[in-house]
Design a protein around this ligand. Structure first.
Ligand SMILES: Nc1nc(=O)c2c([nH]1)NC[C@@H]1CN(c3ccc(C(=O)N[C@@H](CCC(=O)O)C(=O)O)cc3)CN21
Ligand SMILES: CC(C)C(=O)C(=O)O
Ligand SMILES: [Mg+2]
Length: 282
């Protein structure tokens, strides 16, 4: 049976698919099969998401918020992300692993961008890179793609430019829907294999999705995109801070761990832990 004849159309949800490749993103879009992604920053979460069949794992610079304790993604460096990306890439057998290029590692021009992308590909085992910006990042995307490295674009709300954008502001409303489409077209023309649309009205995202041949991945961009992506600590209720409205929380692991930590402290103080079954004897 050829990939085209399979009931899954050769998309990313095909159970026979051993490893997700960028061409499966393309087939998924062509066949109307949704693509599912999560961020991941460590081996244990990566193993679980891979086992669940999540199609791609983004080692996001959101690690600034979720791992390193910064307020924004701006301080995050390549040197901080490399060990996390390597941990995730080593831990999957099926998922496509994408390295997020941090702020300052590609804006200066195509030479810098390619150098940064090569560091991730050489030192981590990731399968692709992602960078922010549409028209403004055209040359960078093109240079990286020409070197044989798949690129995922990221337009709409771009967290690395949150100060330039004036906060967590929804992008592509009203008149700016045309700019969003121009950015999406630029990312596609530069050769990206997919593009993230973050915090964009569903109608604008639907228009971009219809006009592009590459898949769109929604981060708060509604149901009409070709795939969905969330920051895993938001999605699992691990994050104790403010959660964007577009997030659906599939678990409350923060509460679970909080209760566990309190119960443990209580047990230790009352002498209930360790119990005989936890002891070694002579
Ligand atoms: N996808 C994503 N992008 C981010 O920039 C981001 C995350 N996730 N998760 C971790 C932190 C938390 N961030 C955010 C971003 C937006 C809101 C928020 O509440 N946004 C409003 C709309 C904008 C506003 O009025 O501030 C919302 O209703 O979603 C909260 C936390 C930024 N970081
Ligand atoms: C939210 C996604 C798109 C991201 O860039 C990140 O997690 O860093
Ligand atoms: Mg990011």
């Amino acid at each position: 049976m050829s990939e085209q004849e399979r009931p899954y159309g050769g998309g990313t949800s095909d159970p026979a698919l051993k490893r997700v490749r960028t061409r499966h993103f393309q087939r998924a879009k062509e066949n109307g099969i949704k693509i599912t992604g999560l961020t991941s920053y460590d081996t244990l979460s990566a193993q679980i998401f891979d086992e669940a069949g999540i199609d791609f794992l983004l080692v996001g610079d959101s690690a600034g918020n979720t791992v390193f304790g910064y307020d924004t993604t701006l301080p995050v460096t390549i040197d901080e992300l490399i060990p996390l990306t390597r941990a995730v890439a080593r831990s999957v057998t099926r998922a496509l692993v994408i390295a997020d290029l941090p702020f300052g590692s590609y804006e200066n021009g195509p030479d810098d961008a390619l150098k940064s992308a090569i560091r991730f590909m050489k030192e981590t085992g990731s399968h692709a890179v992602k960078l922010e910006g549409g028209e403004r990042s055209y040359k960078q995307i093109k240079r990286i793609v020409n070197a044989g490295i798949p690129v995922m674009g990221h337009i709409g709300f771009t967290p690395q430019s949150e100060h330039g954008l004036g906060g967590h502001v929804i992008q592509g409303r009203g008149e700016s829907a045309d700019q969003l489409l121009a950015d999406a077209k630029a990312v596609e023309k530069a050769g990206a294999f997919a593009v993230v649309l973050e915090m964009v009205p569903s109608e604008a995202a639907a228009r971009v999705t219809a006009e592009l041949s590459i898949p769109t991945i929604s981060v708060g961009a509604g149901p009409h995109c070709d795939g969905q992506l969330m920051v895993w600590s938001d999605w699992a209720g691990f994050n104790r801070g403010r959660i964007p409205r577009f997030v659906k929380q599939y678990a409350q692991i923060g509460e679970t761990i909080l209760e566990a930590a309190r119960a443990y402290k209580d047990d230790v103080e009352r002498g209930e832990y360790p119990a005989p079954e936890h002891e070694y004897k002579e």
